[in-house]
Design a protein around this ligand. Structure first.
Ligand SMILES: Nc1ncnc2c1ncn2[C@@H]1O[C@H](COP(=O)(O)OP(=O)(O)OP(=O)(O)O)[C@@H](O)[C@H]1O
Ligand SMILES: O=C(O)[C@H](O)CO
Length: 523
């Protein structure tokens, strides 16, 4: 097995033309080598957004003067620097920050996912770990990406650290996706359990991250600018690794250093929309009613500098570069894929059909009607930065293999009680869509992966599929539609071809949403 893997690794680095063999056996080997190449491309994409190097690019310290530069702003350090952080990518950010700041750092507290230190140690990622005798205290919590008692303890320690700062101090705040669950401090009388239940219900009913975090902010002491308020009058610099489409600082990790602009009416509208208003716990009603009559009004954040240090766009730019180096014509379609996973899957299925027909100029290719359907689907998804026309034009001129790249975060409305995640569900749905039409003389592969390495509550990062998926699954007695009906994509991929289509990276220590790769190889 090890030897076979080595051969595959070697093949994966081979020029593309060597991988496009003919004949059934050669095609099977070629298919495995291509899958390995795609997997490596995913790993390079994630590598481009590892938190340490991004932080080092954003901060510079003059060791002689003690001047800390962040963008065009300078801060004088003199035993006055404190650090807090929360999110899936914060351990590596904190390690890089401590390395850079050395003795200037007085004290820090971070809240990171349960098991992340052991995972980094196991993977030999020493650069992601704090040194022994670090000045930064680490709390691990929020198992399954849900706020829990451990995360609550971390949030209280972070608040305590912030509250005692003075006007001479600087608070460095490290923020990344997953930060909301890792910084729970519900406003009493709302309890942690009540907040957890409400968050779970909203997520399961398909609420967007903007909606979810509007509610989280209204019920939290630290979100929606609360942390910045606690740290006042200290200066605050937030370094943010974005995991939300468009990089909105007020949404990422529920904007703890950004004043919230939402009012109670916004919250009630959202709760109504997902049928949750009538059954709200009394405590939630009380807090919402108080917020409406709060004499202090919203928090102000004039003492804060918020800086985005990395995003999905950066990851896709690297993927594009790497794919081109491997011989593909690579185009970034969008960094803002959002919407219901079913519509997103239809879009990719139809895109493969239309792009495949253009690539091979195949007579039985996509009709004008399918072209129009694709445009309609794209319009329904309302993707602000979609480069569909440009991508299809590039495909026509390609004359060789093509890689269409996109990123974002579709939403899944849970209807069943199976095991899965956004990426595996999307891949499975795209696999089913690809099997619906004849694609002509073109090989297709679609991959969807979460850059954090964990897709929903599963150990996989995502999965990859080919048009033969449904028919091959049927030969193993697996019915794709039945698995989809129960949101059971992970169970499907574990069983299908012995799990060969699952993408396993382990926790990556970063988080810039999901990436989608659509490959087309003319035969
Ligand atoms: N069985 C399932 N099938 C498909 N999707 C699921 C399933 N169970 C949970 N999910 C989806 O997984 C998502 C949660 O995944 P995950 O924990 O990776 O969160 P995330 O959105 O990446 O977290 P964050 O944005 O906080 O980093 C939710 O959107 C939920 O709908
Ligand atoms: O933590 C959160 O709120 C999400 O990951 C979005 O940033």
């Amino acid at each position: 097995m090890a030897t076979a893997l080595q051969v595959l690794r070697h093949l994966a680095q081979a020029p593309l033309r060597l991988l496009l063999w003919r004949g059934p056996l050669a095609r099977l080997a070629s298919s495995m080598a291509l899958a390995e190449q795609v997997r490596q491309l995913f790993e390079s994409t994630v590598h481009a957004v590892l938190p340490g190097p991004l932080l080092q690019r954003a901060l510079s310290l003059d060791p002689d003067t003690g001047q800390l530069k962040v963008r065009d702003r300078s801060f004088q350090l003199q035993q006055n620097l404190y650090l807090v952080g929360f999110g899936k990518a914060v351990l590596g950010m904190a390690a890089a920050a401590e390395e850079l700041l050395g003795q200037h750092l007085v004290q820090g507290v971070i809240s990171v996912p349960k098991g992340i230190r052991a995972a980094m140690e196991c993977a030999g990622k020493q650069e992601m770990l704090l040194k022994p005798h670090s000045r930064i205290q680490v709390f691990e919590g929020a198992e399954g990406n849900l706020p829990d008692r451990d995360a609550l303890r971390a949030a209280l320690a972070i608040r305590q650290l912030a509250e005692v700062l003075t006007a001479d101090d600087l608070l460095l705040v490290l923020i990344s996706g997953g930060g909301s669950a890792l910084l729970p401090a519900p406003i009493p009388p709302v309890t942690l359990e009540e907040k957890q239940t409400l968050t779970k219900l909203l997520a399961a009913r398909g609420a967007t991250i903007q909606e979810l975090n509007t509610i989280r902010k209204a019920l939290s002491q630290l979100k929606g600018g609360g942390l910045a308020q606690a740290a006042y009058p200290a200066q605050v610099v937030s370094l943010i690794l974005s995991d939300v489409v468009g990089d909105p600082v007020e949404v990422i990790a529920s904007g703890p250093t950004v004043a919230s602009v939402h009012n109670v009416q916004d919250c009630l509208y959202i709760l109504n929309r997902y049928g949750l208003r009538a059954a709200l716990p009394r405590s939630v009603k009380t807090v919402l009613a108080q917020a409406d009559s709060d004499p202090h009004g919203p928090h102000t954040c004039g003492h804060v500098l918020n800086v985005i240090i990395g995003s999905n766009a950066l990851a896709l730019a690297e993927a594009q570069k790497q794919a081109e180096a491997l011989g593909y014509r690579a185009v970034v379609l969008s960094t803002a894929i959002q919407g219901d996973v079913k519509s997103v899957a239809q879009f990719y299925g139809l895109l493969a059909r239309v792009a495949g027909a253009r690539l091979t100029q195949h007579g039985a290719g996509a009709s004008v009607k399918e072209d129009e359907q694709l445009q309609e689907l794209a319009a329904q998804l309302q993707l602000p930065d979609l480069q569909l026309k440009g991508a299809l034009e590039a495909v026509v001129c390609a004359r060789g293999p093509v890689c269409l790249l996109a990123g974002g975060e579709p939403t899944v409305q849970l209807e069943g009680s199976g095991r899965g995640g956004r990426n595996q569900e999307l891949a499975l749905r795209v696999g089913a869509e690809l099997g619906r039409w004849p694609l002509g003389p073109v090989d297709v592969l679609f991959l969807s992966g979460g850059t954090d390495g964990q897709d929903g509550p599963t150990a996989a990062a995502g999965a990859w599929v080919r048009p033969e998926l449904a028919s091959q699954a049927a030969t193993e007695g697996l019915d794709v539609a039945a698995f989809l009906a129960h949101n059971d994509s992970h169970t499907f991929f574990c069983r299908f071809q012995g799990g060969a289509h699952l993408l396993h990276t382990g926790l990556t220590g970063t988080n810039v949403m999901d990436v989608h790769f659509l490959f087309l190889w003319p035969r």
